[in-house]
Design a protein around this ligand. Structure first.
Ligand SMILES: C[S@@+](CC[C@H](N)C(=O)[O-])C[C@H]1O[C@@H](n2cnc3c(N)ncnc32)[C@H](O)[C@@H]1O
Length: 242
């Protein structure tokens, strides 16, 4: 995985914190340990920075689904990023040709997708890692988290970008609105580098405990410094890193 990360951080434009790769490593370890299978998907791909990092953990049998407006930027209502199918496809061809067969490009406004259309369009039996980083308006966030929760497998992970980000307060508002009116199976377990991570309700405690073990194993004494804190968000416990 680290070779992919090096290439991504050198050659692909986008917005991904430098430590997100550690959490992706945890997700991969957790899913392998518990035989959790499924596709990888992202709404809001831009040039593919996070998408390639996530795709690097996909197995041969798992699809990598890239949903973006791409050239249809007139529907990018909040001007968040600027998807380019041309640049994305060039990166696949030049940087990650081995991923080509597994990547499915879905040029779409996520607001036009229903869960059943999403399943049909992407032909997925279930998604194990779903990044939500498309439109940043409240409506986009509620819609995209709703889509994600419908296709997520048990123990799968959803990550929402720009959570608590000062430039995009609408994302945080969208998250709380989703939790209030639409959530039926997701629970948060981590706030880290501009993202909130959620998993399915029944698996949340197990995921959080496994993450704590991973952090101690990976970072040793660093894990006990002041950057990590247990917080409560909407009544649910959550690890937070700052
Ligand atoms: C902030 S960028 C994504 C950054 C990317 N995840 C990365 O790793 O750098 C937001 C992306 O969302 C796309 N987008 C905006 N509104 C959308 C919508 N309604 N449906 C699908 N994609 C959308 C934009 O075209 C843009 O590529």
């Amino acid at each position: 995985m680290s070779e992919v990360n090096d290439i991504v951080f050198r050659h692909v434009d986008g917005w991904v914190g430098d430590k997100i790769v550690d959490i992706v490593e945890f997700i991969d370890e957790f899913h392998n340990a518990h035989a959790i299978h499924g596709d990888v998907a992202e709404i809001g791909v831009h040039h593919g920075k996070l998408f390639f990092i996530l795709s690097s953990i996909a197995k041969e049998t798992e699809k990598c689904i890239a949903i973006d407006l791409y050239e249809n930027q007139s529907l990018n209502l909040d001007n968040s990023g600027s998807g380019s199918r041309e640049i994305f496809e060039r990166h696949i061809k030049e940087l990650f040709p081995e991923m080509q067969n597994r990547i499915k490009i879905v040029p779409a406004d996520s607001m036009s997708l229903t869960p059943s259309q999403l399943r049909e369009t992407i032909g997925t039996a279930g998604v194990r890692v779903f990044s939500v980083d498309g439109g940043h308006n409240i409506e986009h966030v509620v819609n995209d988290l709703s889509l994600a929760q419908e296709v997520l497998v048990g123990g799968g992970i959803v990550m929402l970008d720009d959570f608590f980000g000062p430039h995009w307060p609408s994302v945080t508002e969208g998250y709380f609105k989703f939790m209030r009116i639409a959530n039926r199976r997701l629970a948060p377990f981590l706030i880290y580098q501009n993202k909130i991570f959620l998993t399915t309700y029944s698996e949340r405690d197990h995921v959080e405990q496994s993450l704590k073990n991973f952090i101690i194993k990976k970072f040793g004494a660093e894990a006990h410094k002041g950057n990590w804190k247990g917080v409560t968000i909407s009544g649910v416990g959550c690890l937070a890193y700052s």
